[in-house]
Structures are given as structure tokens and as C-alpha cells.
Design a binder for this molecule. Structure first.
Ligand code: AMP
Ligand code: ZN
Length: 461
């Protein structure tokens, strides 16, 4: 299995630290808002990664943090804590906010058939581990104190740019920033002192405060996984700051790398641009459900693009994914009910092509192309089993369930079928008014007619 490694900038064969076990750390959500579909893309991508590793016989040992403290508004070292700010605005405790958005996140990943990490660790449960790690960094001479906190001195870590290399777009080092008492733009907070009005705060050897954002991932990974572990996942936005700082902390403290493979998903954009609250184009999974889409339509849309390419979300693309989902399920019904066998060599060849695509840096678009090629085989229950029992282990599109839910073709009333035939005939003679009127009649009877290459398809609405 070959994976692209952001650290080496090439695809590499995956060789785990412990034979047969893949140890994986994923940066989890910051729980002060409902995850948007861009965030969810990150977890679909790591889900495909883990399921492909399982397919290759690896056991998974995975951890994900929940950022319930430390992530400041603006993503830097200044401003209020995101969870705390939301709690104050809503007049509830930070714990209540964190719990609410953690629950919503867990609900959304379940709806997307993402297998949750075995260990899900809120940052606030690991404050001692973070304090101990900061103490180690202090003993190594990598920290300094300012009036507002304890900072990591990036100049003590010469290989600071190993992950971002020359590509510093988005790095605070490239932007105009308020240095304050920081010695260098790349230095970052390990511990921030807080005032009496702050709700989330802990005692520490340096004073009452709360941890910086980056230290949680280093501390949690060191507590739950080997050092180094195998794969660290997250979105590309984390390359220049969050993951760069994680490397600086862990490597300074232990003398060893964080992990061997850095796995980064590209971003999801909307209508060709950034998702942003001010533009009103930030969608949650619930927003899509309210518009009549199913979670697995979004999952299929995400699989249509490789994780390393930008995925531009549009409703036209989501409509096409929904259509494709239905086509897959409809094609599968033909195979479910067939008794003719398929040659084992054909089945093996298709399976080989499917796994080759995934093993080539998780090429899901090619894996989907193999799925469509498979569905075009002569009707056979063996094809049904190959797709629903094997391909769907990774795709996780609930295909067997969806087929079982499809109404039997005979359930469509004769009258509706008759109207659909008349509509086809009207379209063929370019009598659009009659065709539209018949579509309306079909719709009022509770059915939807859609055009296909073969003619049309009728489905319950
Ligand atoms: P956050 O809740 O901001 O910590 O982000 C959770 C995960 O979503 C991180 O791995 C981010 O890198 C990732 N992420 C954030 N925005 C997007 C986006 N638009 N597209 C894909 N991944 C994203
Ligand atoms: Zn992280």
C-alpha cells in the first residue's frame, strides 16, 4: 500500500512501526460549532485510509483528540478561547458547549459511516500530560516566559520547517503579526496565563492558566501511541502551523519524530471559493438533510475526488452524486436477483483492480470507476456479493441496505407506468408541454420520473 507523505513529498510504501498494526493519530474537531461539510471531508478521508489499511490486513490502533480548550479565535496566540467565547455568549459552561458539539460531531460521523477512533480524548482530560511535556521542554531549554505565558522558542529547533519546507503560505512567519513579547514570529504558546474571569483554568508550575492549542496533540499522541507512531492525519491547513509546532514539541522532548507518515487532506471549497460564515456558504450535514439529501450522497461526492485534490462543493455536484448513488443501487438490484454465476477469475480481477486503486494512495475515483465497470457485468449474484460485501467495506455506502429498501419494480402502479410511456413518446415528438404535464401527473401520484440513457426511470418521491 502506497501513501503520499507530506514530509518527504512522495508516495511511499506503508511499513508500520509494529508489524501488522497501524498506529494513527487524527486531529479532532474544535468543539465550539457544528462541524461543516469541509471538516467532515477530513474525517471521511481518514476513514478511507483506515479501512484500506484494514483491507491490507493491518489492525488499527487509532486516537483522535477533541479540542475543548486552547484553540484561540484567530488560530494564533492571541484572542479568546473559541469554546470559552461560545460558552459565555450562550450563558452556559464551556463543558456544556464542548459536550453539545462533541455529541453533534459523533452523530454526524456516524451518519457518514465513519468508524470512530478507538480512543477519543478531550484535551481537558490530559492537562497533567501537557504540563509534564511543557516541563520537559523547559528542562531542554526550549521555552521562555513572557508576562502572558510560557512560549516555545522555535530557534532552538533548527529543523522547524521540515514539514512545510519552502511552502510557507499561511504560515504566521509569512504574515504581519503582533509579536508582543514573543522573540520570534514562529514561537508559540505552550501555556497561557489567564485572568479571574476565565472559566477553564488549571494550576501549573508557572501559574494558573490553560494549555496552548498545539501541545494537546503532542501530549495525547505520546500518551496513547508509540513514539514515533505511524500516520498523523489532518487537513492541509494544519501543515504550516499546528503540525509544524507538534513536530517541534515532540521532537525536542523525545529526540524522536512524531510519526513516519503525514497524511493531509486537501480542502473543500464552495462554489469555487472559501467557505465562510460571512458569505453564508458554510453548510453542515443537517443543512444538506433539510434540502432532501442523504448523508451517503455527501460521502459518495467526497469519494469522487482524491483526498489530495481540492473538492469544490456545488449543489449540482451533490445532485449528480445522489443520481449516481441511485444508479448504483438500481444496478445492484439486477445482480441481487440473478442466479447466473460469474467466473472466479473475473471476480478476482475486479477485486484486484479495486484494491490496486485504493492501495495507490487511496485513489477513490478510480475505485469508483472499477465499481461501475463491475456493475456493468452480466447479471450475477456473485457481483452483488463482491460489491456489497467487499467493495462496500471501504466505500461504506450501505449498498446492501439501500438495495433492500428499494421498492420492487412491480410496486409502481400500471397507471403511472402508462403516463411515463406517454411522456417518453411526447418527448420523442418534442411535445414538451404534454411531457411536462405528464411529469406533473406522475409527481402528484407520488412518483418521480427521471431520464436515463435507456429511456426513463420511475422512483417513489
Ligand atoms: P477544526 O475543527 O477547525 O480543528 O478542524 C477539524 C478538521 O477539519 C481539521 O483536520 C481541519 O484541517 C479540517 N478542515 C477544516 N476546514 C476544512 C475544509 N474546508 N476542507 C477540508 N478539511 C477542513
Ligand atoms: Zn492536532
Amino acid at each position: 500500500m502506497r501513501l503520499y507523505n507530506t514530509l518527504t513529498k512522495r508516495k511511499e510504501e506503508f511499513i508500520p512501526v509494529q508489524p501488522g498494526i497501524a498506529s494513527i493519530y487524527s486531529c479532532g474537531p474544535t468543539v465550539y460549532y457544528t462541524a461543516h461539510i469541509g471538516n467532515l471531508r477530513a474525517y471521511v478521508c481518514s476513514d478511507i485510509l483506515k479501512k484500506t489499511l484494514r483491507l491490507n490486513g493491518f489492525q488499527i490502533n487509532d486516537v483522535m483528540n477533541i479540542t475543548d480548550v486552547g484553540h484561540l479565535v484567530g488560530d494564533g496566540d492571541a484572542g479568546e478561547d473559541k469554546v470559552e467565547k461560545t460558552a459565555k455568549a450562550q450563558g452556559v459552561t464551556p463543558l456544556a458547549i464542548a459536550q453539545k458539539y462533541t455529541d453533534l460531531f459523533m452523530r454526524d460521523i456516524k451518519r457518514l459511516n465513519i468508524t470512530p477512533a478507538q480512543q477519543i480524548v478531550p484535551a481537558t482530560h490530559c492537562i497533567d500530560a501537557m504540563i509534564n511535556l511543557i516541563k520537559t521542554l523547559e528542562q531542554k531549554g526550549a521555552t521562555y516566559r513572557t508576562s502572558d505565558g510560557i512560549y516555545f522558542d522555535a530557534s532552538t529547533f533548527p529543523d522547524y520547517f521540515q514539514l512545510s519546507k519552502g511552502n510557507l503560505a499561511g504560515n504566521i512567519g509569512g504574515a504581519r503579526v503582533e509579536l508582543g513579547e514573543k522573540r520570534n514570529v514562529n514561537d508559540f504558546a505552550l501555556w497561557k496565563f489567564v485572568g479571574p474571569n476565565t472559566l477553564q483554568k488549571w494550576d501549573s508550575p508557572w501559574g494558573v492558566g490553560c494549555p496552548g492549542w498545539h501541545i494537546e496533540c503532542s501530549a495525547i499522541a505520546l500518551q496513547y501511541l508509540p513514539n514515533p507512531f505511524d500516520i498523523h492525519t489532518g487537513g492541509v491547513d494544519h501543515i504550516p502551523i499546528h503540525h509544524t509546532n507538534e513536530i517541534a514539541q515532540t521532537q525536542t522532548a523525545t529526540g524522536k519524530p512524531v510519526c513516519h507518515y503525514w497524511f493531509h487532506n486537501e480542502f473543500m471549497t464552495i462554489d469555487g471559493g472559501k467557505m465562510s460564515k460571512s458569505l453564508g456558504n458554510v453548510y453542515t450535514l443537517d443543512d444538506l438533510l433539510l434540502k432532501g439529501y442523504a448523508p451517503l450522497h455527501l460521502r459518495l461526492l467526497i469519494l469522487q475526488t482524491t483526498y489530495r485534490s481540492v473538492l469544490n462543493f456545488t449543489f449540482t455536484a451533490l445532485d449528480a452524486a445522489r443520481e449516481q448513488y441511485l444508479n448504483i443501487v438500481t444496478a445492484l438490484t439486477k445482480h441481487r436477483d440473478a442466479t447466473t454465476p460469474t467466473e472466479p477469475t473475473v471476480l478476482n480481477q475486479l477485486w484486484q483492480e479495486f484494491t490496486d486503486a485504493l492501495n495507490n494512495d487511496l485513489n477513490t475515483p478510480v475505485a469508483l470507476a472499477v465499481l461501475h465497470k463491475t456493475l456493468k457485468q452480466p447479471a450475477s449474484h456473485d457481483i452483488f456479493k463482491l460489491v456489497t460485501e467487499k467493495f462496500d467495506q471501504v466505500l461504506s455506502l450501505d449498498l446492501a441496505t439501500a438495495v433492500a429498501r428499494l421498492p420492487e419494480p412491480m410496486a409502481i402502479p400500471d397507471q403511472v407506468k402508462d403516463w411515463a410511456e406517454q411522456r417518453l413518446a411526447a418527448k420523442q415528438r418534442k411535445d414538451w408541454a404534454t411531457a411536462d404535464q405528464l411529469r406533473g401527473q406522475i409527481a402528484s401520484a407520488g412518483y418521480q420520473v427521471t431520464d436515463t440513457a435507456q429511456g426513463y426511470q420511475i422512483k417513489p418521491r
